[in-house]
Design a protein around this ligand. Structure first.
Ligand code: BG6
Length: 612
């Protein structure tokens, strides 16, 4: 869950290019950072505990610093060994002639460490990664070919890795290899940038080559690259692809935080997700990414959705939509649990993986589990060309553009929009909900604009409750997954203990917690279940619990029971979740901003978790 960046080329600006890339990848981990620079046959190494800015400051004060044309760098999210200079990457061999930056986990590192230590190798860090430069050194001593030494090392490693290797033994080459963890080459006119994801070189090139598992890339200073499959020791041919998003999408603009910017991207995100797909004139939905499996889809009688975090809650909304509109039974499972469950699967079951990054290890593992089950594997993914997108048989891209803030916001809106279209696509149009939902979906973007225009009231309510120690979120029906997502958002960015609960469950336990200091966020946006929700709010009121309620414009009933009401434009129950959740995302953001917290980089979290 780290970010790695390497540059090799004709420009003597490797330090700047790599440091800019690391800054863009900080959402992947930010507890320590390091960079190694190739200077002739020597290498300079800088490491710092803390953010990339600290590393820049360290280098700025070093008079011996000399810029160069080859460098590799790393921003870390600790797995093995505490965040410290000693454990920061790049790691190296005893002579500092081999440098390695690594994202992932080497599962058999202890075994390798013991073997190498027995032959005299000395280890200076607590990391799993440090075995790699020593093992390359070990093989180089025996094989006398640097490339073969790397390939032999890669064949010994177990686990997940994206690696960058540079050596003063071969100063005009950079090596990159991948197994499970993402890695992409950005091809420049004279050189290349290799990174965990394209946001590290956005604005410098759109020409990319995605590495697949078991691939090794050897890149020279002109940017020429050779690809090899290191398990079969043979060459691989691959064309470059073009990125489909522009740099502005990845830049902050006038917003104070990416989280706020990305919430304000929601209307455009919904328009991007429905563009060319929602056809009002013919009342149809076109999903090109599913057309290749249309025949199989007709025979699907069960869908199992696997996902993590916010994507999981989008999946829960998808469950309601697909069951109600398309009449297909859906089960939503946490990917980290799914992998270790043993349950029966019939060939007429489809697996649907939902992921913003497309690189979440638990979700990848869930897909791997069923790869030989003969079941259809579908994907709802934002990151184009990501691992999950390439593992699935068919799917739908969300086209939400890069999401930088660790807490996911616009991606949730695009996932739910796509799931609504999938429900319509899978239904044969006979559902009485088909046309109304299709029409309502076409108006959703403008309704989110109305919610954003009401940020002032949401900010005011957030300030009022910012010092709360606990918070409960309740909802029924489509409001239930929204309550879960609202609680997650508040937890993620404000560190307040928040729980999402089905409103009907209150009296079976959570009501015990309620008192005048324990506020509740209630989803009370009309629909068939409003009366039920009102009685749950009564139960809270009777225990003096403060209530913030999300209501529909023109509501007369709810505001009698709530201390604060946050209205959303009227909409069908089926299309309310994006509106309700946007209010809760804004609320969480304003609470965290009011508390002066690092909204985009909350403590202990990372944007995409690429290790199990
Ligand atoms: C977490 C992110 O690491 O992973 C969450 O902080 C996200 O925001 C979750 O929802 C799942 O990620 P993805 O990329 O698979 O949707």
């Amino acid at each position: 869950m780290c970010g790695i960046v390497g540059y090799i080329g004709k420009q003597n600006r490797a330090a700047e290019i790599v440091l800019d890339g690391l800054t863009a990848l900080e959402y992947r981990g930010y507890d320590s950072a390091g960079i190694a620079l190739m200077n002739g046959n020597a290498m300079q190494l800088y490491k710092q505990a803390g953010r990339v800015q600290g590393l820049k400051d360290l280098m700025a004060t070093d008079t011996t610093f000399k810029n160069t044309a080859v460098a590799i760098g790393h921003t870390r999210w600790a797995t093995h060994g505490i965040p410290s200079v000693k454990n920061a990457h790049p790691h190296h061999n005893a002579h500092q002639s081999i440098m390695v930056a690594h994202n992932g986990i080497i599962e058999n590192y202890q075994e390798i460490k013991d073997k190498l230590a027995a032959t005299g190798y000395v280890f200076t860090s607590e990391t799993d990664t440090e075995v790699i430069p020593h093992l390359i050194d070990y093989y180089f001593m025996r094989l006398n070919s640097f490339q073969e030494a790397i390939e032999a090392t890669l064949r010994d490693l177990r686990g997940a890795y994206a690696l960058l290797v540079m050596s003063s033994l071969e100063p005009d080459k950079l090596y990159a290899a991948r197994l499970s963890s993402p890695l992409v080459i950005g091809v420049l006119s004279s050189g290349a940038i290799i990174a965990s994801d394209p946001s590290a070189f956005v604005g410098r090139t759109k020409k990319v080559v995605y590495l697949d598992d078991y691939e090794l890339a050897i890149v020279d200073s002109s940017g020429n690259y050779k690809l090899r499959d290191f398990t079969k020791a043979k060459a691989v041919n691959k064309r470059t692809e073009l990125l489909d998003f522009d740099s502005s999408a990845a830049l902050l603009g006038s917003f104070p935080h990416f989280m706020l910017k990305e919430m304000h991207d929601t209307p455009a995100t919904i328009r991007m997700a429905t563009q060319g797909r929602l056809r009002l004139e013919t009342n149809t939905v076109k999903l090109g990414g599913l057309e290749t499996v249309q025949d199989q889809l007709r025979h699907i009688d069960r869908i199992v959705i696997v996902a993590c975090g916010t994507s999981y809650y989008a999946g829960l909304v998808g469950e309601y939509l697909i069951e109600e509109i398309a009449g297909i039974p859906v089960e939503v499972q946490l990917a980290s649990e799914f992998k270790y469950r043993s349950e029966p699967f019939s060939r007429s079951t489809a697996i649907m993986a939902i992921s913003q990054s497309g690189e979440t290890a638990d979700t990848i593992a869930a897909l791997k589990k069923v790869e030989n089950y003969g079941v259809l594997r579908l994907g709802v993914v934002n990151a184009v060309g990501s691992t999950i997108a390439r593992m699935t048989d068919a799917g739908v891209y969300c086209h939400a553009g890069p999401e930088q803030a660790v807490a996911s916001t616009k991606a949730f809106a695009s996932q739910v929009t796509v799931l609504t279209m999938i429900a319509l696509y899978l239904s044969d149009g006979s559902s009485p909900l088909y046309k109304p939902v299709l029409k309502e979906l076409s108006q959703l973007a403008s309704k989110t604009e109305q919610v954003l225009a009401r940020s002032g009231a949401i900010k005011k309510a957030a300030k009022k409750y910012a010092e709360s120690r606990d918070f409960l979120f309740i909802g029924r029906g489509y409001g239930y997954p929204c309550a879960l997502e609202g609680a997650l958002k508040l937890k993620e960015v404000s560190y307040i203990h928040a729980e999402g609960y089905a409103a009907g469950e209150m009296k079976h336990g959570p009501l015990a917690m309620i008192d005048k200091d324990f506020p509740t966020f209630a989803v009370a946006t009309g629909g068939a279940l409003l009366e039920k929700t009102l009685s749950n709010m009564q139960e809270i009121k009777a225990r003096k619990g403060p209530i913030v309620a999300i209501v529909t414009d023109g509501d007369k009933k709810v505001n009698k029971l709530s201390n604060d009401t946050l209205p959303i434009p009227a909409s069908l129950e089926q299309t309310q979740p994006v509106l309700i959740t946007l209010v809760m995302q804004l609320f969480a953001y304003y609470v965290a901003a009011h508390k002066g917290l690092n909204v985009d980089r909350p403590r202990n979290l990372a944007k995409s978790v690429t290790v199990e």
